[in-house]
Ligand binder design. Structure first.
Ligand SMILES: Nc1nc2c(ncn2[C@@H]2O[C@H](COP(=O)(O)OP(=O)(O)OP(=O)(O)O)[C@@H](O)[C@H]2O)c(=O)[nH]1
Ligand SMILES: [Mg+2]
Length: 449
């Protein structure tokens, strides 16, 4: 069973459980651990992921309208993305020309990747040139020329020189005159030992001081990817990693996690021997494909939307303590408007389980809105003046129980208190925090209220 299938099974099993209590969560974590470890993912990272899921599931409450099941699923998804190195913005080489030097051990796929990458970038509108600075591999230049045959990509190389640094320097000079956007330098991997390879890389990189150093790694080497990445990183700061041969290894988890642990992002992956076999690597998309759920990211986005978006203005008000009761009601209405998430989940190849009903939330908001409407402007501005007799009057006017009035005021005070302790975070706040609404209380209040 491959890792994707194992993960899929683990998630499916969890989603299909009747209850999503601690026990079910532990079972999910165990299944996920097994799946990741079988894919050669680093044990420490697996443990960290497990601990994060446990902690986040315990610390954060699902926003109203989102079931605990979906909430845990979102946490798991985000942790898996993080494990894969997080989400990277699209690749945009800058500089005129942008000089990129590849490094990597023998056979890792440098030359193939240089050809793939240059072809890929040309297809994306860049003007690209390539330099062969490998003086160790026999016919290294011919290999590169053949790969890029008829592609209109200039390849610079010198058959008779053995000084790779000078070749690279001259190559860049030569190609610069062609007004290129990007120059990619292919280097040698075939040295008699690692030390001499590292020394050559150090010299080349010092002389060229490129805009970017790209490490080419073979995905089939598993955990060893980490020590390789670290060794090269000592010579020069690795800008990003190209992970090759992703098509041939079912245990790519080793390399993926090893690289993620070094902090250098994976930008591209090689998925075959042909020039077209290159893909941008995006942790979320990769995961979606691994799990066989193409809509996954969209789904998770939807769950995230359940964290209500607060306008700059509203955030400002909250922070300064000017957040009023009507403001809170307005935000609550926004939340209720977003509708149930069930439909989205039903589109996925997962067992159908009912999420919590948002209608319950709508009912609650309606009651609270009525409460606010039957307050005087003065009371709305400053609910602290509402004593028992005022509360009774308001409740009568709103056609609700006095309890509802007290509850709303309590909620408002809690929310305000929380606001004060909160730093402003890009205009976003978890919606359960905004609501100040505990799930248990919510269920008790709405179901029995
Ligand atoms: N299946 C598969 N094969 C690949 C991929 N990338 C490279 N290869 C193969 O791996 C072998 C080595 O690739 P090269 O590009 O020559 O490796 P290199 O790092 O330049 O090797 P040296 O120049 O000797 O250091 C070749 O047979 C490539 O076809 C890939 O993504 N998938
Ligand atoms: Mg090569």
């Amino acid at each position: 069973m491959d890792v994707g299938e194992a993960l899929r099974k683990a998630i499916s099993r969890f989603m299909g459980q009747a209850s999503h209590d601690k026990e079910a969560l532990e079972e999910l974590i165990r299944d996920i651990q097994r799946a990741l470890l079988s894919a050669d993912v680093n044990v420490e990272l697996v443990m960290e992921l497990s601990e994060n899921i446990r902690r986040k599931a315990a610390e954060s409450r699902p926003p109203p309208g989102v079931s605990r099941r979906d909430h845990i699923f979102k946490i798991l998804y985000e942790e898996l993305v993080r494990l894969l190195g997080g989400v990277q913005p699209p690749y945009k080489p800058r500089g005129k020309p942008h000089v990129l030097v590849t490094v990597g051990i023998q056979g890792s796929g440098k030359t193939t990747s240089v050809a793939k990458l240059s072809y890929y970038l040309v297809k994306h509108g860049y003007k690209v040139g390539v330099v062969c600075a490998d003086t160790y591999r026999p016919a290294a230049l011919i290999q590169l020329q053949q790969l890029l045959q008829d592609k209109g990509i200039p390849v610079y190389g010198e058959e008779d020189s053995s000084d790779s640094t000078s070749i690279a320097r001259r190559g860049i000079e030569n190609l610069k005159s062609k007004g290129l956007d990007i120059i990619i330098v292919d280097t040698a991997g075939r040295h008699k030992d690692q030390d001499s390879l590292m020394r050559e890389m150090e010299e080349i990189l010092k002389t060229l001081s490129p805009d970017e150093v790209v490490l080419v790694l073979d995905a089939t080497i598993g955990q060893r990817a980490r020590s390789q990445a670290e060794a090269f990183n000592r010579v020069a700061k690795i800008g990003w990693v190209m992970l090759t041969k992703m098509d041939t290894s079912a245990r790519a988890g080793g390399a993926l996690s090893a690289v993620a642990a070094t902090g250098a992002p994976i930008r591209f992956i090689g998925t075959g021997e042909h020039l077209e076999d290159i893909e941008t690597f995006s942790a979320d998309r990769y995961l979606a494909r691994l799990l066989g759920m193409p809509d996954l990211a969209g789904l998770v986005e939807r769950v995230k939307l359940a964290e209500v978006r607060i306008s700059e203005d509203a955030a400002e008000k909250m922070m300064s303590g000017r957040f009023t009761l009507p403001d809170m009601i307005n935000q609550l209405k926004e939340v209720a408007k977003m509708g149930p998430l069930d439909r989205l989940f039903s589109m996925l190849p997962l067992p159908k389980v009912k999420s919590i009903d948002v209608e319950e939330l709508e009912e609650q908001v309606k009651r609270w809105e009525a409460v606010v409407n039957s307050m005087t402007p003065e009371e709305r501005r400053d609910p602290t003046i509402i004593d028992s007799s005022r509360a009774r009057r308001i409740a009568r006017g709103a056609g609700v129980a006095e309890r509802d009035v007290k509850q709303l005021i309590k909620r408002y005070n809690e929310t305000r208190r929380l606001m004060k302790t909160l730093k402003r975070s890009a205009g976003r706040m978890p919606r359960d925090l905004l609501l100040g609404l505990g799930r248990k209380e919510f269920e008790r209040d709405t179901l029995k209220g």
